[in-house]
Design a protein around this ligand. Structure first.
Ligand SMILES: N[C@@H](CCC(=O)N[C@@H](CS)C(=O)NCC(=O)O)C(=O)O
Length: 202
């Protein structure tokens, strides 16, 4: 049984959960509660990075980011693929995934800035992260052909990114002024892998 260090609030963990579902691997993965604030948590025994997600494969190999986990899972299934075979299409998908990951990093960092226990949130950081999220959303809106109906890894990552914005920043609706991205999202919203993995507080 593979082991996935997991939190229901993490958009990066959710990429791995949706990928596993799409690949028919859910039954082969045990979810283990991961806590990056607890040095005693199993996360730190398996991953030198100490970020969620982390995956321990059946043969003991460790994967320490959503990118490598999803690529590894893709090789463990012959039901379908998370990447197109054609190189040109594949690099579009990989770059789209990188955009979603950067959006999630900025949104997660913005939350962390707001929740600093020992100091006031930085207004400059808040503005920087917000600007980055907006710029990435606008880039995708301006290029409606970049995402697809294939539900490759980039589509998975973008669903995770957009749902994370709804989860944490519902007062700033990303749909406003972005009809293409909204239509693309709606096309995938009812997929069982998406519905079954909605973000929740840990
Ligand atoms: N590039 C990593 C990012 C993972 C990440 O930032 N995870 C967050 C949770 S959403 C985390 O574990 N943060 C812990 C920390 O920064 O200390 C990936 O794709 O897996």
């Amino acid at each position: 049984m593979m082991k996935l260090l997991h939190s229901p609030a993490s958009p990066f963990v959710r990429k791995a959960v949706i990928a596993a579902h799409e690949l028919g691997l859910t039954d082969q993965i045990e979810l283990i509660h991961g806590d990056y604030n607890d040095p005693g948590n199993m996360l730190f025994k398996v991953s030198p990075v100490g970020k969620l997600p982390a995956l321990v494969a059946d043969d003991g190999r460790i994967f320490t980011s959503s990118q490598t986990i999803c690529r590894y899972l893709d090789t463990q299934s012959n039901t379908r693929a998370l990447f197109p075979a054609n190189d040109h299409a594949k690099f579009r998908v990989i770059e789209n995934e990188a955009l979603a990951d950067a959006l999630m990093d900025a949104a997660v960092d913005r939350m962390r800035n707001r929740r600093k226990a020992d100091q006031e949130p930085s207004a400059a950081e808040e503005a920087k992260f917000k600007r980055r999220v907006t710029a990435i959303l606008d880039a995708m809106e301006a290029n409606p052909g970049w995402l697809s109906d294939k539900f490759y890894i980039d589509d998975i990552a973008w669903i995770c990114a957009l749902d994370y914005l709804d989860f944490r920043f519902a007062d700033e609706p990303w749909r406003d002024g972005r009809p293409s991205l909204s239509a693309w999202y709606d096309m995938h919203a009812d997929r069982p892998s998406v519905v079954d993995s909605k973000p929740a507080n840990a």
